[in-house]
Design a protein around this ligand. Sequence first.
Ligand code: 1CP
Length: 358
Amino acid sequence: MPPSTTAANSKAAHRRFLAPFRGEALAIPPMWLMRQAGRYLPEYRETRAKAGGFLKLCYTPELAAEVTLQPIRRYGFDAAILFSDILVVPDALGQKLTFAEGEGPRLEAIRSVADLGRLSPEKTGEKFGKVFETVARLRQDLPDETALIGFCGAPWTVATYMVQGEGSTDQAEARLWAYRDPDGFASLIDTLVDTSIVYLDGQVKAGADCLQIFDTWAGSLPDTEFDRWVVEPTKRIVEALKERHPTVPIIGFPRGAGASSLWYVSETGVDGIGCDTAMPPYMMGEAFEEEEVVVQGNLDPLLLVTGGDAMDERVDEILELMDGKRFIFNLGHGIVPQTPPENVARLVERVRRQGDAA
Ligand code: 1CP
């Protein structure tokens, strides 16, 4: 059984990860790293091999919880992120999905309104249930002081994979469909909005105390389309979650959105903004402050591969820029597989000022 809401709330009050969302600027910012569980860790590779496949790992609560906990044990991050994938949503909707070893995802592409008939929003319960079970298990197994982040992909980004049938550099198929037949494409986005609400609501009920919406490909759209396919759907998800769970903070990560992130923040009502590696310092340090939003980011994941002085210098710059502000330390995108685990340990020490930082 998940803990009662009251008990969960009183414990949540002690989680330093949540302090910036209550208006506090901590001298040592809370930290976690996108893709903190993953192939750079030998213990992850071992558990993944045991699971016999990536999706099996996502749907086996015991193993998914185990890989979520691995980076917490090693590094003591302030937040754990549920181990799953944004493509669990299309999979639960009934779109065929496979992950071949060493390759990206492959889906049976959806290219038209007729193809939408292959999706069954009423049947997501079985697969989502496994994810909710992982969340409930994690809330029991995590240290009390560690926050638990639930997540989903934003409708636009998830749609790019569903329409392309695989990862792509330009998201061309989804963009083409959205230009040719915006009303038809809107049906897919609407299905994803509704399904994401059910998915995130279930994660909060199972024990997640913060949510992040990953919009990895938000940067591939011009202004008008950014508004229609990124901002509007995200706003609908945020509104629905706020109605049900007003105290659970939501972080938006519209990667590549640049200056449009200000519009995104003010329109969607997110509590936190994930900044990618290219976000200009004046936006992180000043512009978002006026929007009263918590800022998260944005060390280049490749500096975590490099390590050493190059990494330390950039970490110190970020900490100085964000000193005294409501800030969560993170990367500008996910950890890459070739990252040496010892560089992550060095980063944690540096951010927590146990190294020779100021
Ligand atoms: O072989 C393996 O073990 C699979 C590698 C892997 C991992 C570790 C994939 C496949 N997904 C994940 C986990 C994952 N994915 C998490 C877990 C929590 C964490 O530790 O952060 C999260 C939050 C995601 C989210 C995700 N999946 C995003 C959004 C964030 C981002 O990185 O941009 C995206 C775009 C995906 C799709 C996806 N899943 C996996 C891959 C290799 C990809 C990218 C495919 C592509 O674009 O080519």
